[in-house]
Design a protein around this ligand. Structure first.
Ligand SMILES: *Cc1c(COP(=O)(O)O)cnc(C)c1O
Length: 812
């Protein structure tokens, strides 16, 4: 089948013309003054202009049809770069390449100029970005709402092995994808007090008199579907001070003070909080949550009212998905508007609210759960706190009827956590205020029902459901891996681009020698490309024929980068001691950011770098083992790594990783997984079969039992000689020659009170890694397994995930 696009020569000419026009008239640059970034912008603007007509048409159509809309509220959208993606979705790949080369440039080099939009921490934010892509491609009338952070996730530098955070000024050179709407701004209220009054009908009313208002200005980014003419909207809010702000100061003649306060108020959208899966109760963060949520709800209501007279139709026209509890206050904000501004009765308002909202939980780890001090909410959002108490009062009444004597149960389900500092539990608010609660993998959704939200599941079984995460194959295979996607398309056509399960059509070729050798060659070529990148950036030569063994994800104790590094040390010792005669050469590649305040994670980064330095400088082992820490892991770097990976490290303590999506990107690109039975790894195993994945370690239940019966790390040291050897080495400062004892806290943790039970899984992990090595020696077997992994990745398309959300939750 010939699936090549026919080159549209007139488009090539038009693109060239637009490029030159934009460079000259939008950027005021010429051949002599244009920087590389200007050239990127010139092309981006030309592509953007081609999106606009479809964007306007799409939005007009949604408007005319008055169809049900989906709003995806998320504090994070980790979208990365957009140029290549938009060119692909517009079907202009060949035309752009030709136009650019005729102008004397190289398209890949232009792509490299774009700064990542790093508006997220990790998996949760990237999920939102994949969902936007799938919703547009499936033609779902969806809008993403979030924050336009001036500073997204920090840029990570490694200095002397330590992580150093630098501000990422992604906007300073200009962002060609966004449209600011200075004429469209909304008022967001903060602080102040509530005043009760009786209206003319004798009804009790509450007014919230705020004393600190801030404006939310909209910035829109078009989100194109794949070759379907649909362009949805991602609307990000930016904080602006109000004109009348602190009139007192102006009146008092303290002009500078007045301006200072004005400027301070714009800090709300300044910076993304860089902690992933850890809750920090900072006031500014709560302000961010309310800021973007209130702006979004106001915007949604305004749009609804353009077509609909009766607010009771709200749930038939609108579905709002909450990406974790970060936008949870939206539930209270909608209630407030319906009660105080729209004059609805409580029961009506509550019915509308519950039937509009749906909540996605992303973790069961207690340190990640949001609970805000009552005092903080009360000061910042006094009216919201009253409504929260009223919701709680009614809810507790309801459950007390069912569980009249069960005070423990009632206490655990309350919105309010009692204690020295009273707190509002945002997850409980989300469950009570939504009609749907979902986890993000089969295991995680089960754990929600049996552990964290057990009592809620008993009370509201119908609310609970699972939506296993997914990734968009358009970015993670088609765009990131031209070699592999080209081969696949040549063989089975290009229907997999919008229907990933079609990939299974390559299975009959998994025994075809020619196909296998082409498959191998593509992987090898991708590895050479990554080797060149590593050589250029780190000056370390790596062997493209070695096994690329990769762990890339946020640095977190539960993800157990330490387990990986302990294995690498063990491997090093075995090679050095001649225990492994024909060791399979490995290149371990590790990347990821730590939260800046997460002491242990930062020490783990330092440890990885020190171990890498020792091992990489040992000539005895250098042909067999290298460790590369790639700094500043982000979407655009991820696009380079996944296609070049042989082995995917998914080794979290069972029960801790809600789903994982990195695991899916590896699989799609033909990497084999070594992993625990955690998150979506379980479903990956179900798809590929036990023979095509390397599973090790304790299962969730065994982890829980071990914890209950008392996990003693020393038991494992006693029976695993290599473990004590490694611990002795670390204690003897073998990896910290001139930094005596810096890794003591790591050892201390591992040996005395390791919550993540690294030693309990160590032996099983090492043994499984030996099986991995053995398998890798059998090129044919490995290649077939690799093909099977890609072929059976269909389930993990975010298109599948979004279809399920649309059918089961949103009803669109
Ligand atoms: C996919 C992705 C993640 C999530 O990785 P996990 O292994 O699922 O934790 C984090 N960061 C980036 C840049 C990603 O692309």
């Amino acid at each position: 089948m010939d699936t090549r696009n026919i080159m549209d020569e007139s488009q090539v000419a038009e693109l060239k013309k637009d490029f030159m026009y934009n460079r000259k008239y939008t950027l005021a640059k010429d051949h002599y003054t244009a920087t590389n970034y200007d050239n990127f912008q010139s092309l981006a603007l030309s592509i953007r202009n081609r999106l606009i007509a479809r964007w306007i048409l799409t939005q007009q159509r949604y408007h005319d049809e008055n169809c049900k809309r989906v709003y995806y509220l998320s504090m994070e959208f980790l979208i990365g770069r957009l140029l290549a993606n938009n060119i692909m979705n517009m079907g202009l790949e060949k035309e752009s390449e030709k136009a650019v080369s005729e102008l004397g440039f190289n398209l890949e080099e232009i792509y490299e100029q774009e700064r990542d939009a790093g508006l997220g921490n990790g998996g949760l934010g990237r999920l939102a970005a994949c969902f936007l892509d799938s919703m547009a491609t499936l033609g779902i009338p969806a809008t993403g709402y979030g924050i336009r952070y001036d500073y997204g996730i920090f840029r990570q530098e490694i200095i002397n092995g330590f992580q150093v955070e630098r501000p990422e000024e992604w906007l300073v050179l200009g962002n060609p994808w966004e449209f600011g709407r200075p004429e469209y701004i909304l008022k967001i209220k903060f602080y102040g007090k509530t005043i009760q009054r009786t209206d003319k009908n004798g009804k009790l009313k509450v007014d919230w008199v705020s004393n600190d208002n801030i404006l939310a200005m909209a910035y829109d980014i078009p989100v194109a579907g794949y070759k379907n003419g649909v362009v949805n909207n991602l609307r990000l809010w930016s904080a602006r001070s109000t004109e009348e702000f602190d009139l007192e100061y102006f009146n008092d003649g303290d002009y500078i003070k007045a301006c200072e306060k004005k400027i301070m108020s714009e800090n709300i959208s300044r910076v993304l909080y860089p902690s992933d899966s850890i809750f920090k109760g900072m006031e500014l963060r709560l302000k961010q949550e309310y800021f973007f949520t209130s702006a979004s709800i106001q915007d949604i209501i305004r749009r609804f009212k353009m077509h609909n007279a009766d607010l009771r139709a709200f749930p038939e026209k609108i579905a709002i998905q909450l990406n974790d509890t970060h936008p949870a206050i939206a539930i209270v904000e909608l209630m407030r508007i319906l009660l105080d501004e729209e004059d609805l009765e409580w029961d009506t308002a509550w019915f509308i609210t519950v039937n509009t909202f749906a909540y996605t939980n992303h973790t069961i780890m207690p340190e990640a759960l949001e609970s805000w001090p009552v005092s903080l909410i009360g000061a910042l959002l006094p009216r919201h706190l009253e409504i929260i108490y009223e919701i709680n009062k009614r809810f507790l009444n309801e459950i007390s009827i069912k569980y009249p004597k069960d005070h423990d149960k009632i206490k655990s389900m309350s919105l309010i956590e009692e204690g020295e500092i009273k707190k509002v539990r945002m997850s409980n608010l989300c469950i009570i205020g939504s009609h749907s609660v979902n986890g993000v993998s089969a295991l995680h959704s089960e754990l929600l029902k049996t552990t964290l939200f057990k009592n809620f599941y008993e009370f509201y079984p119908e609310k609970f459901n699972n939506k296993t995460n997914g990734i968009t194959q358009r970015l993670w295979l088609k765009n990131a891996n031209h070699g592999l996607s080209g081969l696949i398309t040549e063989l089975i056509g290009d229907s997999w681009i919008t229907e990933l399960s079609e990939l299974k059509k390559i299975i009959p070729n998994s025994d075809n020698e020619l196909f296998k050798s082409r498959w191998r060659d593509i992987k090898r070529q991708n590895k050479i490309t990554l080797s060149e990148f590593i050589w250029k950036h780190k000056g370390i030569p790596i062997d493209p024929d070695s096994m690329f063994d990769v762990q890339i994800k946020r640095i977190h104790e539960y993800k157990r980068q330490l387990l990986f590094i302990l294995f690498l040390i063990a491997q090093y010792l075995k090679i050095k001691n001649g225990v492994l005669k024909n060791a399979v050469p490995r290149t371990a590649i590790i990347g990821g950011k730590s939260a800046p305040g997460y002491y242990m994670a930062k020490l783990i980064i330092k440890f990885i770098n020190n171990v890498a330095a020792v091992i990489n400088n040992d000539p005895e082992t250098s042909s067999k083992l290298r460790i590369i820490f790639l700094e500043n892991y982000r979407v655009s770097l991820a696009e380079k790594i996944f296609p070049a990976s042989d082995l995917s490290e998914q080794i979290s303590t069972a029960g801790r990783e809600a789903s994982g999506t990195g695991n899916m990107k590896f699989m799609l690109n033909g990497a084999l997984t070594i992993g625990t039975l955690d998150g979506a790894n379980i479903e990956i195993m179900e798809e590929v079969g036990q023979e095509n994945i390397f599973i090790f370690g304790l299962k969730t239940e065994e982890v829980l039992n071990l914890k209950k019966n008392g996990y003693n790390p020393k038991d494992y040291i006693a029976k695993t000689p290599i473990l004590s050897e490694i611990i002795d080495l670390i204690n003897d400062n073998f990896f910290s020659r001139f930094e005596t004892d810096i890794f003591k806290p790591i050892v201390n943790n591992l040996v005395n009170h390791d919550e993540y039970m690294i030693f309990a899984d160590f032996e099983s992990y090492i043994k499984t890694q030996d099986i991995v090595s053995e398998t890798y020696l059998d090129k044919n077997k490995w290649t077939k397994m690799s093909i099977m992994n890609t072929a059976l990745a269909g389930k993990f398309s975010s298109d599948r995930t979004i279809r399920e959300y649309a059918k089961d939750i949103w009803k669109v």
